[in-house]
Unconditional design. Structure first.
Length: 311
């Protein structure tokens, strides 16, 4: 059965919204945990919190912890926040409930009820962790439901495409902002805490344990960047996300133009390899990869999500 383009659009964006909510929750949780291990003055902590707004695509400003948490977790009108994206994911799936398993809708609706009821309390540190953990767990649970109960059809591939396009983009943002910043500041005073901060970068993508299993070496900036960009064994790396996108596209019809954009994104990613050792160039390199991913997203939209594409 052909998938209507409007249905494909809702599924694709529901997946992107939910992945964005999960990734943002991971990022805030890892950053909060960082300061339990990093003995620095409160005024410096507030300054570091503002870098998270940059990762999410907002302009840098001295918001402090409470301001950044409101921006990234509780703001109902900002497209980078957890609440906004859980709500958008629910709104997108509400009109496609006949396509996805009932359990998936129930899981997402329950998450939305919890998040909209409790999000304002996330400004409180002792409550924030529970809320962020719930978002991450339910987002992972959604994939479990779909992987175990959903037909392998066009709707399923649209969900996967949305997930992995968003994941690739977020990983490049974490590398381009947090990793590049650490590389630029490494020679300065306070270098003794570099390893703690690199651990936090890995944890923001749930990569710490897998990095250690893969490398069995000391944590270095170059090693972390290369792992997050190129290690195909780790499912949140950019290279692995592009591999998953290719597998989904291969199961969809008339994919040649989109495959070309995917090949271009891979080429741009490979060209960033020298920048993995140079913080001054890493951020710009990640911007080039983000542009390539955005171009791929446009190709997916034009081929599968526009009103005249599949109907």
């Amino acid at each position: 059965m052909a998938l209507l383009s409007r249905v494909a659009d809702h599924i694709y964006w529901a997946a992107r919204n939910l992945e964005r909510a999960e990734d943002t929750a991971r990022l805030v949780r890892a950053f909060q945990d960082l300061f339990a291990d990093l003995p620095i003055p409160d005024e410096q902590v507030n300054g570091l919190w503002s870098t998270l707004a940059v990762v999410a695509g907002d302009s840098p400003s001295d918001l402090g912890e409470a301001g950044v948490v409101r921006l990234l977790v509780t703001d109902r009108d900002r497209s980078s926040s957890v609440v906004y994206n859980v709500t958008a994911a629910r709104d997108n799936l509400r009109s496609t409930r006949e396509v996805l398993p009932r359990e998936a809708w129930q899981l997402l609706n329950d998450l939305w009820l919890t998040v909209t009821r409790d999000a304002d309390r996330a400004v409180e540190r002792h409550f924030r962790g529970r809320l962020l953990n719930r978002v991450i767990a339910d987002s992972r649970g959604m994939d479990g439901v779909l992987n175990s109960t959903m037909n392998r059809d066009a709707a399923f591939e649209m969900w996967r495409l949305g997930r992995y396009v968003e994941r690739a983009d977020m990983t490049t943002r974490v590398v381009g902002v947090r990793a590049a910043s650490l590389m630029r500041t490494a020679p300065r005073e306070g270098r003794e805490y570099d390893e703690v901060q690199w651990m936090s970068v890995l944890r923001s993508l749930s990569a710490h344990q897998m990095f250690q299993r893969s490398t069995r070496n000391a944590i270095t900036g170059t090693g972390v960047v290369r792992f997050l960009l190129y290690d195909r064994r780790f499912p949140r790396s950019v290279a692995a996300a592009l591999d998953e996108i290719e597998m989904s596209l291969a199961r969809l019809p008339a994919n040649s133009v989109v495959m070309e954009r995917l090949a271009e994104a891979r080429s741009v990613l490979r060209s960033t390899a020298p920048s993995a050792t140079d913080g001054s160039n890493l951020d710009m390199a990640m911007e080039r990869v983000q542009i390539a991913i955005a171009t791929l997203d446009v190709a997916i939209t034009n081929r599968y999500l526009r009103l005249d594409s599949t109907e």
